[in-house]
Write a protein that binds this ligand. Structure first.
Ligand SMILES: *[C@@H]1O[C@H](CO)[C@@H](O)[C@H](O)[C@H]1NC(C)=O
Ligand SMILES: *[C@@H]1O[C@H](CO)[C@@H](O)[C@H](O)[C@H]1NC(C)=O
Ligand SMILES: *[C@@H]1O[C@H](CO)[C@@H](O)[C@H](O)[C@H]1NC(C)=O
Length: 860
């Protein structure tokens, strides 16, 4: 066991030289191979060349072959299957192609959009000032700012304009970082990687902190991510927010003695394999990845990172930063005015990313910042007549109009850099815990603050509140690391009911028992995810809430007026951080609503609850397998047994949805406990926990320090509710809770062992079937058999197979005026009208519009 871990670590630290891709002359195939298949042998068999491992993904390789329209590897696999079916080949023997667990022909696609949002400008180009005359500096604060600069030796000319660092107008509205700096904590030994459109390493304000070894340009395939296009300015501005040097140029970064690296991916089309490599680039040295981009924030897109990128993020949190986990910070998105919600963005709603929204210099919610249940924290950005002042591209250029959630994310990355200077041993989850416990609630409306059992407040608009550098660094100093991550997955829960229109919702619930969580070794919750299938002829009409046993409500999906997609939710993962610290025990309820009474209607097919959190016993806790590990079994069966393959075609699918995954649904165990699928009237009225009261001060340092002690308290709170739902068959043995946990832990161990045996038996016997922990993404090879490219787009994995072509180097400003958005996305797309329905089934984003045609053809 230990040796295996060591070997893994060794392999993880071996760095793979990046070979240059030549996408104009070659096709690239990403493959995931099982232990038996050597990449060299596979390349030889196919007549391809081996291009190397994909970033840090073990057993994942890129193969290259001269360019053709066909997917040669897919063709070869189909060929083999068909020969086996016709018995031209023995079915038993191992073939090198059987070792191919995943095959993805790579395409470079532009799909990621910067999340900047500048303030309006007048015709002369000067920024509109909406600031009222009453916004006058507070004299005493001005003096305090000058004294601070003097004490710290800050001579940077625009430091006094950097209100986000020290605000002498709206006092208190800043990062509260000065007392941290005064302790000499300035980010030394911390490294932030700006994943963006470049970083001007020659800027006098950045060069001393530039970390070349952690930097790479994936667009132009050179070492230094120098901004090369006229609008490659975003990354440099973000870098300045984090690590602008304390000198006589512009201002300073939050962590002005930290190192900053740049990884350039936004300036041209990029393939999934390259993006996956970028997300793990130099992941032992780069500690924090700051990502101010994502799918379009148009209120219509529903896109998640492709499977390689998902695996890269899991690999990052498991192996990056010497196993403590890479920290991914994501800007939440600027689509609020389009009704967009960051739960429709698979990057921001990943449990592996810290999602950061914006507030303005007055602590108000700016019109652009999205709300969602996956939002962890907010910090300052543009609005109320000012924006973030930072470094710009050029030798000594400054910028005063950096905004949108793009500008918020890097500030949190900078605060984390300060925290890591003090506590480099914090894991990726410690950092999320500290953020939850130290963020400060704000009192701007919408005041949907809920008091959570953890003793903090959560709002969909502001997450847990605004980050406070001093509070989080102080709390970090004495923080006890959380135990490893554990998880509990419910079975697939079938509902298959029409969703009523109007204010009533369709409700389904699932009871989580203490025994289930004991068995899962899950002590207390952090993230909660819900995977859902809902058929609907207009996706934007739907909304979904999740209620925990303690009554906390997560609005995991909200209506989106622009979202016309005809196909509902397909195996989509929604995420909530609102249940942080709950025990998880008791009845979880999901309410699906279709509030628009119109001709569009739908059906709630099924759902699955996943609880993630801190393990009870770290000694027995395993690492999460990479997404889709169990599908490996499935794939093996598929390629070796034609008989089973037919079964999945013959059995009618339950979903009837345009983009489903039949075999996945067939084998989901039907859980009879999906009790009482009932229609509740006006469910919102039951939300007794929603606090309309003024915001209380955030938790004191005492309850931060005592976080370990809160666990029993939290469980106790849940207990009465629990016994209402479940007259527990589990005796207490008249012993203390801890002893009970111990006893049940031991029983759980035995149960786990027996279950493993059973599972092993079932898997062996029925390899074709998918296990309850299966992920949908891995059906690629099967899917292609049935319906080329027609699947997956809506479930977010559509990005995997997309073959959209875009003009290289073309940059879209996703955040131009709303009307321009439409133009931009429909640009040059004459057949969009004719193609509308198929298009919409095939893509989750307008950004892939042009791809769908080619996709259909290309995969034959
Ligand atoms: C800001 O930092 C100071 C220390 O300089 C601290 O006393 C204060 O509590 C912090 N502000 C908040 C709101 O926590
Ligand atoms: C930075 O890291 C090095 C090596 O890990 C260590 O020796 C040094 O003390 C650290 N410096 C600070 C300021 O923490
Ligand atoms: C951290 O712990 C030490 C010793 O246990 C204590 O002296 C110190 O006050 C604590 N610091 C904070 C910020 O709680």
């Amino acid at each position: 066991m230990r040796t295996a871990v060591l070997l893994q670590l060794l392999a993880a630290t071996a760095s793979w030289a990046l070979s240059k891709r030549d996408y104009d002359s070659y096709d690239y195939y990403a493959v995931h191979l099982d232990q038996r298949a050597s990449p060299e042998d596979l390349a030889t068999h196919l007549g391809f060349q081996l291009d190397g491992q994909i970033g840090e993904l073990q057993h994942h390789y890129l193969l290259k072959a001269p360019k053709t329209d066909d997917d040669l590897l897919h063709g070869a696999i189909q060929d083999l299957k068909s020969k086996r079916r016709k018995r031209q080949l023995g079915t038993g023997g191992y073939h090198i192609l059987d070792g191919v667990l995943l095959n993805q022909k790579q395409e470079r696609r532009k799909k990621l959009f910067k999340r900047e949002e500048a303030l309006e400008r007048d015709l002369e180009g000067t920024v509109w000032s909406h600031r009222a005359d009453s916004d006058m500096p507070v004299d005493s604060k001005v003096q305090e700012g000058l004294d601070l600069a003097k004490a710290l030796g800050i001579k940077d000319p625009i430091f006094q304009d950097q209100w986000h660092l020290f605000n002498h107008v709206e006092t208190g509205h800043d990062l509260n970082v000065s007392a941290v700096w005064a302790q000499g904590i300035t980010g030394k030994n911390s490294t932030v990687c700006i994943v963006d459109d470049g970083l001007d390493m020659d800027s006098d304000d950045l060069k001393d902190n530039y970390f070349a070894a952690g930097s790479y340009d994936f667009n132009d395939q050179v070492d230094d991510p120098k901004p090369r296009l006229s609008d490659d300015r975003h990354g440099t501005r973000c870098a300045g927010e984090v690590a602008a040097v304390r000198n006589d140029v512009c201002g300073v970064g939050v962590a002005y003695d930290s190192k900053v690296a740049g990884v350039r991916i936004l300036s041209a089309l990029i393939s999934d394999a390259d993006e996956a490599t970028a997300m793990n680039y130099a992941y032992q040295e780069n500690q924090i990845y700051s990502c101010s981009w994502g799918p379009p924030d148009d209120g219509r897109s529903m896109e998640a990172p492709g499977i390689l990128i998902k695996r890269a993020m899991v690999t990052g949190v498991q192996k990056g930063r010497q196993g403590r986990g890479s920290i991914y910070v994501f800007a939440i998105g600027n689509g609020a005015a389009n009704d967009d919600n960051c739960n429709f963005d698979g990057y921001t709603n990943s449990i592996y990313s810290v999602s950061v929204g914006g507030i303005d210099r007055k602590g108000l919610h700016p019109y652009y910042s999205e709300k969602c249940s996956a939002q962890l924290v907010v910090t300052y950005s543009s609005g109320s007549g000012d924006a973030i002042h930072t470094t710009d591209v050029g030798k000594d250029s400054c910028y005063s109009n950096h905004g949108g959630t793009s500008a918020a994310g890097p500030l949190v990355a900078g605060v984390y850099a300060l925290m890591l200077e003090v506590r480099p041993d914090l894991t990726w989850r410690d950092i999320q815990w500290l953020t939850v416990l130290t963020a400060i609630p704000l009192d701007d409306e919408p005041s949907d603050w809920q008091d959570t059992p953890l003793g903090v407040k959560f709002s969909h608009q502001f997450g847990y509140g605004k980050i406070d550098a001093w509070r989080i660094v102080e709390a970090a100093k004495n923080w006890t690391n959380v135990k490893p991550q554990a998880w509990y997955y419910s079975p697939w829960l079938h509902v298959r009911k029409e969703i009523p229109q109007g204010d009533t919702g369709l409700t389904a619930s699932f009871e989580v028992t203490e025994a289930m969580l004991n068995k899962a070794n899950l002590g207390r919750l952090e993230h909660v995810t819900v995977t859902m299938n809902v058929e609907h002829t207009r996706r934007g009409d739907l909304s979904v809430e999740l209620r925990s046993p303690t009554g906390i409500i997560s609005h995991i999906a909200t209506n989106r007026r622009n979202d016309e997609f005809n196909g509902g939710y397909v195996d989509w993962n929604f995420m909530s951080v609102a249940h942080w610290g709950e025990s998880g025990i008791g009845r979880w309820t999901i309410v699906v609503k279709d509030t628009n009474v119109n001709e569009h209607s739908g059906k709630f097919t099924d759902w699955r609850l996943r609880l993630w959190g801190e393990s009870m016993d770290p000694a027995i806790q395993k690492l999460l397998p990479l997404p889709d590990d169990h599908d490996d079994d499935d794939h093996d069966a598929e390629t070796t047994s034609a008989a089973v393959g037919t079964t999945s075609v013959d059995v009618p699918t339950q979903t009837g949805s345009p983009a489903g995954n039949p075999s996945d649904h067939i084998t989901r165990p039907v859980n009879n406990k999906v009790s009482s699928t009932t229609v509740l009237s006006s469910p919102t009225s039951t939300s007794t926990t929603t606090a309309a009261t003024p915001v209380e001060p955030a938790p004191t340092d005492d309850n931060i320090d005592d976080h370990e002690e809160e666990k029993p308290a939290a469980s106790a709170t849940a207990a009465p509710g629990h016994s209402n739902f479940l007259p527990s068959p589990f005796p207490t043995f008249g012993v203390s809770k801890h002893t009970q946990i111990w006893i049940y832990g031991a029983l759980a161990l035995i149960a786990t062992f027996c279950t493993s045996l059973t599972v092993w038996y079932i898997l062996t016997r029925r390899r074709r079937q998918k296990n309850a922990r299966d992920e949908y993404e891995f059906e690629m090879l099967d899917e292609e058999d049935d319906d080329e490219g027609g699947r997956g787009a809506a479930n977010g994995s559509g990005m995997n197979g997309a073959k959209g072509k875009r003009r290289a180097g073309e940059l879209y400003d996703a955040f131009a005026e709303g009307s321009e958005d439409e133009d931009v996305f429909s640009l040059g797309d004459e057949d969009e009208e004719d193609d509308r329905y198929r298009d919409e089934e095939r893509r989750s984003a307008e950004g892939e519009a042009r791809g769908s045609e080619e996709r259909g053809r290309g995969r034959t």
